[in-house]
Design a binder for this molecule. Structure first.
Ligand SMILES: Cc1cc2nc3c(=O)[nH]c(=O)nc-3n(C[C@H](O)[C@H](O)[C@H](O)COP(=O)(O)OP(=O)(O)OC[C@H]3O[C@@H](n4cnc5c(N)ncnc54)[C@H](O)[C@@H]3O)c2cc1C
Length: 418
């Protein structure tokens, strides 16, 4: 966001907090800290919101399927966040009708789905946007191109869709408006603990093409902070290795989820279906005048930067789409994959028994010292609940930084589209 020429040349700029990672979680933490009046530097090695936070399903939702794993608190908080984000960012978060067709042989039948939707509605405080209905049979034919054979019932409810990258950038810009320094093309390299209790951070920043003094090279810089926050998403373990603090984990599994994009729209609504291959939940969504389908899940090993949608995943998603919309003629125009960061299942007995899709979706937060942390690592969680993560981090941060000299409520800060 800042150009190099605007940045301080002082080698030892000092901050209350330095955040590594300009995805939604790092940006949300920067906004929350800056709202309290803390000085914040956020380092993002690429552009803001170009990691997982632009490869999600782009839903701002409670997560109907998390009810099956009894994640009621997460669903309730996410539904509250959905309502708030619709207000704060009306250009970026838009309520959409979701259609849930139920066919013969589905894993979840009409009665169980009704109960799930009723609970979802209750957790959404029975607000107008939490209502659902059964679509009368006479109207099924108007659901554009949806396979009618074997259809037993269709429910319609509401959740929201966003542009995940633009939302992330809007949150970062809000943090910047509150005084946070946000540097793009700035790669964290290493932290060391100084004798005076501060954390020294070294990072490099790519010079801008016109920066003659830097000769087009990246420039090495240092900065100091009282608290270092690792919000590096799939790189959380790599960053933590460079932090000299005695901390738990992170013991993580990276789970890839792919999406495909096809050139013709189907509907303004979002269809939530079961894959004919393995009964997993798949969304068929409108996206910028086209259609997006996702997602898959497969364990990813190796460098997070190497995550790509495989031919198998693309074929799986195309098969699902054509199963429900057999006459759809759109052509594949794009495919991508993102990485969920989940606790390593082998290390967690309860999780080991569940497929990845049924594991907890709460953000995991670790620190070096619960009483006065110098370092915090966070991973996982949902785009929707980034403010919930920021609140968790703030509770820990305040043990080191105090309460802050002001208390601007992020509940009332509008988020603007670029
Ligand atoms: C397939 C898929 C679908 C999803 N769908 C949804 C959904 O519909 N709704 C929802 O609510 N959630 C969804 N999620 C979850 C959501 O997308 C993630 O929880 C969220 O985007 C994670 O954000 P993050 O900030 O932790 O990570 P990221 O967005 O990956 O950000 C981490 C950042 O750290 C930077 N970084 C790494 N190392 C360094 C370094 N050394 N120096 C500087 N910067 C560094 C990276 O460049 C990156 O930008 C989905 C996730 C996946 C994978």
């Amino acid at each position: 966001m800042h150009s190099n020429s605007q940045q301080p040349e002082k080698p030892d700029s000092s901050y209350d907090a330095i955040i590594v990672g300009g995805g939604i979680q790092g940006s949300g933490c920067a906004q929350a800290l800056a709202a309290r009046g803390f000085s914040v530097l956020l380092l993002e090695k690429n552009k803001l919101g170009t990691g997982t936070s632009r490869r999600s399903s782009k839903l701002i939702h409670g997560g109907l399927r998390y009810l099956e794993t009894a994640q009621f608190t997460l669903v309730r908080k996410s539904l509250n966040e959905r309502a708030l984000l619709c207000e704060l960012a009306p250009e970026l978060v838009e309520l959409k009708p979701f259609y849930l067709p139920i066919y013969k042989g589905y894993r979840v039948g009409p009665l169980k789905m009704w109960a799930g939707l009723a609970l979802y509605s209750l957790l959404g405080s029975l607000r107008r946007d939490a209502r659902f209905k059964r679509v009368p049979k006479a109207q099924w034919a108007s659901l554009p191109g949806l396979k009618q054979q074997g259809l037993r019932c269709v429910y319609q409810y509401y959740d929201a869709q966003t542009d995940d990258q633009l939302l992330t950038r809007a949150v970062a810009r809000s943090a910047q408006g509150l005084g946070a320094q946000i540097y793009e093309a700035a790669t964290f390299h290493k932290a060391t603990q100084a004798d005076d209790g501060m954390v020294d951070v070294s990072y490099s920043q790519q010079a801008e093409p016109g920066d003659a003094a830097a000769g087009g090279q990246s420039v090495d810089r240092t900065a100091r902070c009282k608290l270092l926050i690792n919000a590096a998403g799939p790189w959380v373990a790599a960053v933590q290795e460079k932090m000299p603090f005695a901390m738990q984990g992170p013991d993580i599994a990276l789970v890839q989820g792919a999406h495909i994009e096809l050139d013709k729209p189907i509907s303004e609504g979002i269809f939530y279906v079961e894959s004919p291959d393995d009964a997993r939940a798949v969304f068929i969504m409108p996206w910028q005048g086209r259609t997006m389908v996702g997602t898959t899940e497969r364990r990813h090993q190796g460098d997070p930067a190497d995550s790509r949608a495989s031919d198998d995943e693309v074929a799986y998603l195309q098969r699902t789409l054509l199963h429900y919309f057999p006459d759809y003629q759109g052509k594949l125009v794009d495919q991508w994959a993102g990485l969920r960061v989940l606790p390593q299942p082998e290390l967690h007995a309860a999780a080991a028994k569940r497929p990845f899709s049924r594991q907890a979706r709460d953000t995991v937060v670790h620190c070096d010292n619960d009483d006065a942390p110098r370092a915090i690592s966070l991973y996982g969680g949902k785009l929707t609940a980034y403010r919930v993560t920021a609140r968790k981090v703030m509770r820990l941060a305040s043990k080191t930084l105090g309460e802050g000299e002001r208390d601007i409520d992020t509940d009332s800060l509008p988020l603007m589209r670029e």
